[in-house]
Ligand binder design. Structure first.
Ligand SMILES: Nc1ncnc2c1ncn2[C@@H]1O[C@H](COP(=O)(O)OS(=O)(=O)O)[C@@H](OP(=O)(O)O)[C@H]1O
Length: 438
């Protein structure tokens, strides 16, 4: 915007804009009393985030009803106010944290929100997720809502008043807004739709060892009261359906990947995404999930962050992100924050056999990620696919492909050892009891 506009025209328009915003705020307060908007919007939000109804349930009818009314009333007011002021909302996000769930995206968003030039989703905040994640592409405004309309996406972000305030009053540099909805990267059609709306947006991918991510996702669902029919805490059984990829799954997700812009989202999209083990596992195939974005966005507009780097050097990584998105890092004094969305384990642990199976499952997709990004995240480095077991029941493990492994294999074979499928706990050679193997 030109200086003339900002210093002359905008101040002249300011009283009208303030009145408009005030009127919209007051009108939106009435929206929940109309009940119907609340029912329509509440149902749509629960469709996009199908775990929400379980949260009410586990709170009991009284507390659950209050919680539900509070959450849905806040959401309804936000949506109504956004639409009443849509012409004042000119911005789609400058950058997005598009993935991946359970990889520290909430913590990262909380740090970025502290920067004076950066805004998240606009509206009253009942829960931190309301200012972090739009769920626009996953259908929070309905699966027929045309989750590919730039105008509707703009409604989520603050108005021209915020831009003027940040740039001309606070003088905090260029105003930036962002969406941190980490399911976007798991929905392959998002890349195409987002590119049509914001082709120059910067994209941040936070990535965590997918084994840990999968367990964290289960813990979140269970703590929210979702009665999952499977668990990573259970032993691996023969013909284990948790790891099965059915032809129906493949057909469904292929269809999702090629969903034309504007097409309605499949009825069972979010159920499959959040509740099915296959939906979770495929989200952890990071290379495959990143590929559609690489087709639509420039590589230099994409940043990849390892969760381990983020947690061990939070300040450094946040500053790198600020630099990457074009915000001045010196304007944000760093403050340590509690981890966002931390999942209480309550004594639950991944079953060792299941953990090994998950490590094996992700070993190949991880290697493809390393090749794609030219960077070894080291997540599967402790996984070997086979070991030579002595008659005494111990296995000498070595990193696959090493000379040591070859020598040991030859030695064990000579002694009558046999090859078994196994994931080891560490690199190098270590004896592991046979009972601990899969
Ligand atoms: N600073 C720091 N240190 C250690 N761990 C951290 C940190 N920030 C986030 N976390 C962990 O990240 C997990 C939540 O990730 P997300 O915010 O992306 O979750 S969500 O997808 O938005 O639900 C969640 O992991 P689990 O506790 O294993 O479930 C958080 O504890």
């Amino acid at each position: 915007m030109g200086k003339l506009f900002d210093f002359v025209v905008f101040p002249l328009l300011l009283p009208g804009i303030l009145l408009w915003l005030l009127a919209a705020r007051l009108l939106s307060l009435l929206a929940p009393f109309l009940v119907l908007p609340m029912i329509i919007l509440g149902r749509r939000l629960s469709w996009a985030c199908p775990f929400i109804p379980f949260i009410w349930k586990q709170c009991g009818w009284f507390q659950g009803t209050l919680l539900r009314i509070g959450f849905e009333a806040t959401y309804t007011m936000n949506v109504c106010r956004r639409f009443l002021t849509l012409p004042l909302r000119r911005r789609t996000p400058d950058f997005l944290i598009v993935g991946f769930a359970k990889a520290g995206t909430t913590s990262m968003a909380n740090h970025l929100h502290r920067h004076p030039a950066i805004s998240g989703i606009d509206g009253l905040t009942w829960h931190e997720a309301l200012s972090k994640e739009s769920h626009f592409f996953s259908g929070a405004l309905g699966r027929h809502s045309g989750a590919s309309s730039a105008a509707i996406y703009r409604s989520y972000f603050p108005t021209v008043l915020q831009r003027w305030w940040v740039e001309r009053v606070k003088r905090a540099g260029k105003w930036l807004c962002f969406d941190a909805c980490p399911v976007n990267a798991c929905l392959d059609f998002t890349a195409d739709r987002l590119a049509a709306i914001s082709p120059n947006a910067k994209l941040i991918f936070m990535m965590r060892d997918p084994v840990q991510g999968a367990f964290s996702a289960e813990i979140m669902m269970r703590n929210l009261g979702v009665p999952l029919s499977w668990s990573w805490t259970e032993d691996v059984a023969a013909g284990d359906t948790r790891f099965a990829e059915s032809p129906d799954d493949v057909r469904f997700w292929n269809q999702v990947a090629t969903l034309p812009p504007g097409a309605a989202l499949p009825e069972d999209l979010n159920q499959r995404l959040y509740f099915s083990p296959y939906g979770l596992l495929r989200c952890g195939h990071y290379a495959d999930r990143i590929a559609p974005f690489l087709r639509h966005f420039k590589r230099e507009n994409m940043m990849f962050i390892d969760f381990a780097d983020f947690t061990s050097n939070t300040e450094g990584v946040v500053r790198e992100v600020l630099q990457f998105v074009g915000a001045d890092p010196s304007l944000m004094p760093f403050k340590a924050l509690p981890p966002g969305m931390q999942g209480e384990r309550r004594g639950r642990q991944m079953h060792p056999s299941c953990k090994r199976k998950l490590q094996q499952h992700f070993a190949e997709p991880n290697q493809r990620l390393y090749a794609l990004l030219g960077r070894d995240f080291g997540w599967g480095s402790d996984v070997v696919r086979s070991a030579y077991v002595t008659a005494g029941g111990t296995a000498a493990l070595a990193l696959p492909g090493s000379q040591k492994a070859k020598d040991e294999a030859a030695g064990h074979q000579q002694q009558g050892g046999k090859e078994v499928s196994i994931a080891a706990v560490a690199g190098g050679t270590r004896a592991v009891p046979l009972a601990a193997m899969v």
